[in-house]
Write a protein that binds this ligand. Structure first.
Ligand code: GLA
Length: 393
């Protein structure tokens, strides 16, 4: 939506226009937000208890709302104008709408013992949906902040992230890891976020100030994503089971060394072997990227990104021709320091680290070459790393 309509005051105006009762209580209207995320590196490593390095980004979802005491959650999407709602505490079957993420979050919060409030609100977004920037996790987090109302600030962000992940796994039905909800709950402005997905220890890693993050949306549909995502997880589990039979000290692919993987290779199905090889090598690339970012060594970051992209393409099998074309175009532009696909793959976006002076040239190259190669319309989105979900007023 338009940036001016996304300002907190404009969102309050939109609610007042819909709910005349809100006019008298205008000062009580709250506005909460949750950012999207882009993963710098560490793909599919979260579900194998390894390391990830995402950042929360300043494309986000906001809700302006008034709490109610009728236990009903009712949200109107703006500018579209459709209103959806449900009753807290009642079983609500999934219906395939965006409300599933809100109702799933309500269910997971209640299961964790949190008291929720009904609300009337409007929900707006500058975060593209179905682009692999985790708008689903952002709906979960922003609605958690709204339904918890003032209690939200008393819950550790990582705890909230885990509850929202549970909503996604158990209610929505995607066996996703913790990365998206973690980044969007715990984000620190100007930084990428390193998470150890086993110990759940995390820390912020500053992004060099002379580097701009540019997200490039391939505009290609991600239809197969959900089933293909769950299939990749199952293939990793299969590899793990075979390796565990050889070495019982291993409890996740995170524990597998390159040497152990090669020793187990004869026992592994060839596809499971390649899936495991991606995970084993990707964890090493996350470590190299963190060290290189901290040393300002962008050459090494660029190498790690390129190797990650190839591993996701050739070993993990999640890179579409459109993602490949986008990375190739970006990598040919001087001043683009690092480029790779980001997120679950099968379409969606690439992430690029770019010298500020080179952003315009990158835009020109993408808008000229990408449609010619794919017939699709790209989106060029320069973003900033931002803080995790919270309250604006
Ligand atoms: C999706 C999932 C994450 C993660 C990525 C791949 O975004 O939600 O948990 O597994 O894919 O890295």
């Amino acid at each position: 939506m338009r940036p001016s309509a996304f300002e907190p005051d404009a969102l309050v105006d939109a609610l007042v226009a819909l709910e005349p009762a809100a006019a008298a209580r205008r000062a009580e209207v709250r506005v909460v937000r949750a950012p999207g995320r882009v993963n710098l590196i560490g793909e599919y490593t979260d579900v194998n208890l390894g390391f990830v390095l995402p950042a929360a980004i300043d494309l986000e979802i906001r809700i302006a709302y008034l709490p109610t005491d009728d236990g009903r959650v009712e949200l109107t999407r703006i500018p579209e104008g459709d209103t959806l709602g449900f009753q807290l505490g009642l079983d609500r079957p999934k219906d395939g709408t965006w409300l599933d993420y809100v109702a799933g979050t309500a269910w997971a919060l209640a299961e964790a013992g949190h008291r929720l409030s009904g609300l009337r609100g409007v929900i707006g977004s500058t975060l593209p949906t179905s682009a692999g920037l985790s708008s689903s996790a952002a709906i979960e987090l922003v609605s958690a902040w709204a339904m918890l109302d003032s209690l939200a600030a008393t819950i550790e962000p990582l705890t909230l992230a885990r509850i929202c992940q549970r909503a996604e796994n158990a209610y929505v039905g995607v066996q996703s890891g913790l990365m998206d909800q973690f980044a969007e709950a715990c984000g620190v402005a100007g930084s990428a976020m390193l998470l150890d997905c086993r110990s759940l220890e995390w820390r912020a890693v500053r992004i060099p100030s002379d580097v701009t993050i540019v997200v490039l949306d391939t505009g290609s549909p991600r239809k197969l994503e959900r089933s293909a995502y769950n299939e990749r997880r199952a293939q990793c589990e299969e590899a793990l089971a075979t390796i565990m039979a050889e070495d019982p000290t291993v409890t996740a692919l995170r524990d597998v060394t390159p040497g152990l993987l090669e020793a187990t290779r004869p026992a592994l199905d060839p596809v499971a072997y390649r899936r495991a090889r991606h995970i084993v090598t990707e964890d090493g690339r996350v470590a190299r990227t963190v060290a290189a970012l901290e040393a300002g060594d962008m050459g090494t970051v660029g190498e790690a990104f390129a190797a990650s992209h190839l591993s996701l393409r050739d070993d993990f099998g999640v890179v579409s021709p459109e993602l490949d074309a986008m990375v190739e175009i970006a990598a040919s532009v001087p001043g683009v320091l690092a480029a790779r696909m980001t997120g679950a793959g099968f379409g969606g976006c690439t992430v690029n680290l770019v010298l500020p002076d080179a952003v315009a040239a990158l835009r020109t190259a993408v808008e000229r070459d990408y449609p010619a190669r794919t017939g699709l319309t790209p989106r060029v989105l320069p973003v900033h790393a931002t803080d995790g979900a919270g309250r604006l007023r």
